[in-house]
Design a protein around this ligand. Structure first.
Ligand SMILES: NC(=O)c1ccc[n+]([C@@H]2O[C@H](COP(=O)([O-])OP(=O)(O)OC[C@H]3O[C@@H](n4cnc5c(N)ncnc54)[C@H](OP(=O)(O)O)[C@@H]3O)[C@@H](O)[C@H]2O)c1
Length: 210
């Protein structure tokens, strides 16, 4: 697939890009700054032609993934919304409010994913995923012992995203409708707290009872 990563120059964007490239997907790195996007595609070993402004990446992709801090999720989505018509947007946003990132602080919309869906409207299908995965681990070739909760209101779209989770080398689970994204988003603050208290770097979640 042709996958646009909006804010793909950051930690999570680079991690997902490197994994999806290995699975032979065509990755478009989106940024507010084309020079920065070119720098990152070079780092990833891709030609300049994979570097885009966010709006152009959104236009030219089959599916998009947003990887920007929560504080910039709204502005980023509003800058590309028309280009995402009839597409799936994977939202990995965790609504962290620094400096208290170990505390669950949810937006008034209920969750970052519901906020994204509200901003984009019904013409775009938002699917939530990847909130509990360490970007640092994604940037390595290591096997990652952490599962991914995938929520969204449409089975077919969730299934597509679970395929991309698997292509990134992870196990994805159907986690129900988009409103359930709140649980995955909230878990991230818990994992950050566990990392700190138990001197871990990359705690994650795993579904048992299989
Ligand atoms: N890091 C992780 O381990 C991890 C894991 C799971 C989920 N997440 C979530 O994934 C998202 C991205 O995390 P990250 O660590 O990759 O973030 P990041 O590296 O801090 O930032 C990602 C990108 O966001 C863009 N950005 C920064 N400031 C912006 C602004 N004012 N307006 C618009 N875009 C701006 C930048 O892209 P340009 O400058 O190129 O435009 C930047 O490279 C967050 O919501 C985070 O909660 C992160």
């Amino acid at each position: 697939m042709k996958i646009a990563i909006l804010g793909g120059t950051g930690a999570l964007g680079k991690g997902l890009a490197s994994r999806w490239m290995k699975a032979n997907h065509e990755v478009l790195i989106g940024s507010r700054d084309i020079a920065k996007a070119k720098e990152i595609v070079a780092e990833l070993g891709l030609p300049d032609s994979h570097a885009y402004l966010n709006i152009d990446a959104a236009e030219h992709c089959d599916i998009a993934c947003i990887t920007v801090p929560f504080a910039h999720q709204e502005a980023t989505l509003l800058s590309v919304d028309k280009k995402l018509k009839d597409k799936i947007l994977i939202d990995a946003t965790v609504p962290l409010v620094p400096p208290k990132v170990m505390r669950v602080q949810l937006p008034k919309e209920g969750s970052a994913a519901l906020k994204a869906q509200g901003l984009l409207g019904e013409d775009t299908i938002v699917v939530s995923a990847f909130q509990n995965i360490s970007a640092e681990l994604l940037q390595t070739d290591k096997k990652i012992d952490c599962d991914v909760l995938v929520s969204g209101d449409f089975l077919e779209a969730r299934t597509t995203v679970i395929g991309l989770v698997e292509d990134a080398g992870l196990k994805g689970w159907h986690a129900g409708p988009l409103c359930n994204s709140v649980a995955a988003e909230a878990l991230t603050s818990i994992l950050i707290a566990i990392n700190k208290k138990h001197a871990l770097q990359h705690s994650g979640i795993k579904i048992t009872g299989i």
